[in-house]
Design a binder for this molecule. Structure first.
Ligand code: FAD
Length: 476
């Protein structure tokens, strides 16, 4: 590790965790690069503490010595908040070894898990107890519960179950001064003053480090019905969403839009991918119904499609005949993030609009991008039922990748102008991190920014936690 810290302070950090939990350069390297390679950092130490006491000891010393702490979970974040800067002064505090599932209480419909438990392990533990933990992301094999909480992750089940914020009953966190706050409450109702857990949810590692959480569980689904639908436009996709919502109500648990170009990329770059439909369509919807009640969801799905065909909203559809077929539909959708990397540079926009305006947003933003850079390939996909679109733009065929990516900010401005015109958000579910920090001044009022800075100062007066993430650096 770089010699970027005074030796006496470095020696004190070395005493706080076992040697095996102080990663050497080779083990640390993958944790110092953001998954898309947008950020590469350095750190004085990469530490993987195994207990809350060890985390607290590291943070106490960081507070005393003014050492920067960057929390990291699975390193799947898409806005660079988990990557230290290039100064090499920071401690990268990885939760990889805080990985115990402390308790699954099926009767109480909750589980207590440590921050470094991967989302997939949490889902599996819930399933083993006959329950559902509904958060679902393409990165679920790697991302952690701590990271999900810190980013208030969304994903494909928000439609029915809400964001991470809606799934957390309690939080345990180490505060920037090293104190441990045990907020592991199990209560559905608790109005004893400010609900402090919400400060940590979505705080992106700027207010301390989450070490464990109490998560809500739900009855496991007994029935699932999935369809892969071909249609002509985002407007048609929105109309299908409304019909499905009307028929299925809370049993509509997934409604994901995909463009043809995204399916083409997936067929080209994902092993084993197959188009579920014979004909080619400009747009697709992956529709999923599920319920803990045996309510005949297959018939509900058929009724939705029948009405949609009759209204001229849908052109084609395949209904999954098995769990395996349903999983193959989902693989097409979840592979979309990854396959774009094989097509050269991709400029990302994780944006949202009010649901009723999301189709107009997609159409207008696409036209604006095509006027801005002829040949740019828009890959707009995602959670149409939440109004959240990953409006990604792949480089024109044959373009130089570095030159294309140099136009990132200019492309952002084109897309974000359309977002603003529709009253949307420029950071819908991935957060602000480093990538979007510069945008906050444009989208938040002075009052909001003042409040955010006041919260940061109150919890982290020395500005040691993730400086430069979300808010501009406030170190004293
Ligand atoms: P990291 O990347 O390690 O960290 C993310 C942020 O949280 C950083 O600011 C970090 O400092 C902070 N942090 C991490 N752990 C803690 C902790 N214990 N305490 C305090 N701060 C902490 N996101 C969505 O919302 N919806 C999606 O559908 C989605 N799909 C994705 C698909 C793919 C293929 C990929 C690569 C990413 C996707 N993401 C999605 C983004 C990402 O997976 C989420 O943001 C996830 O919640 C990050 O978890 P992590 O453990 O990897 O966190």
């Amino acid at each position: 590790m770089p010699e970027t810290m005074p030796p006496d302070i470095a020696a004190r950090f070395r005493t706080l965790v076992a040697e095996r939990d102080q990663l050497d350069a080779e083990a640390a390297a993958p944790k110092l690069v953001e998954p898309r390679g947008l950020y590469q950092g350095r750190a004085a130490f990469v530490l993987t503490p195994r207990s809350v006491d060890e985390v607290a000891a590291i943070v106490r010393l960081a507070h005393e010595t003014g050492t920067i702490v960057v929390p990291q979970g699975g390193n799947t974040g898409l806005v660079g908040g988990q990557t230290p800067d290039e100064s090499g002064r920071a401690i990268l505090l990885s939760t990889a070894r805080l990985d115990r599932i402390r308790e699954v209480d099926a009767e109480g419909n909750l589980m207590v898990v440590e921050a470094g438990v991967t989302l997939q392990r949490a889902q599996e533990a819930a399933e083993a107890a006959g329950r559902l933990f509904p958060l679902s992301l393409g990165s679920e094999g790697t991302c952690t519960i701590g990271g999900n909480i810190a980013t208030n992750a969304g994903g494909t089940a928000v439609l029915a179950y809400g964001n991470t914020r809606d799934l957390v009953l309690g939080v345990e966190a180490v505060l920037p001064d090293g104190r441990v706050w045990n907020g592991l409450r199990r209560l559905r109702k608790d109005n004893t003053g400010y609900d402090l857990k919400h400060l940590f949810i979505g705080s992106e590692g700027t207010l301390g480090i989450v070490t464990a959480a109490v998560l809500k569980l739900f009855p496991a689904p007994r029935e699932t019905a999935t369809a892969f639908v071909g249609l002509s436009s985002p407007q048609a996709a929105l109309a299908l969403f409304q019909i499905a919502r009307h028929h299925a109500g809370p049993a509509l648990t997934g409604c994901e839009i995909m463009p043809r170009i995204g399916i083409d990329f997936t067929l080209r770059h994902m092993a084993g991918a197959r188009d579920p439909l014979e004909a080619v369509h400009p747009w697709y919807i992956l529709l999923e119904l599920s319920s803990p009640l045996a309510m005949g969801l297959g018939e509900t799905l058929e009724a939705i499609l029948a009405e949609a065909f009759e209204a001229g909203v849908v052109d084609d559809a395949a209904i999954a005949a098995s769990g395996e077929q349903s999983a193959s539909f989902w693989r097409l959708r979840l592979g979309l993030s990854e396959v774009q990397g094989h097509e050269g540079g991709s400029i990302k926009h994780d944006v949202s609009a009010p649901v009723a305006r999301v189709a107009a947003f997609i159409e207008e933003a696409t036209a604006a991008v095509e006027a801005h850079l002829p040949g740019a390939r828009v890959v707009a996909f995602g959670h149409i039922g939440d109004g959240n679109i990953h409006f990604n733009v792949s480089q024109p065929i044959g373009a130089d990748k570095a030159q294309y990516l140099a136009g990132w900010d200019a492309m952002n401005r084109v897309v974000h102008a359309v977002v603003a015109a529709h009253g949307g958000s420029v950071a819908a579910e991935h957060g602000v991190g480093r990538l979007k920090r510069g945008l906050l001044e444009d989208v938040k009022s002075d009052v909001e920014l003042d409040l955010m800075r006041a919260v940061k100062r109150a919890l982290d007066p020395k500005g040691v936690f993730n400086p430069g993430v979300v808010l501009a650096e406030t170190r004293s």
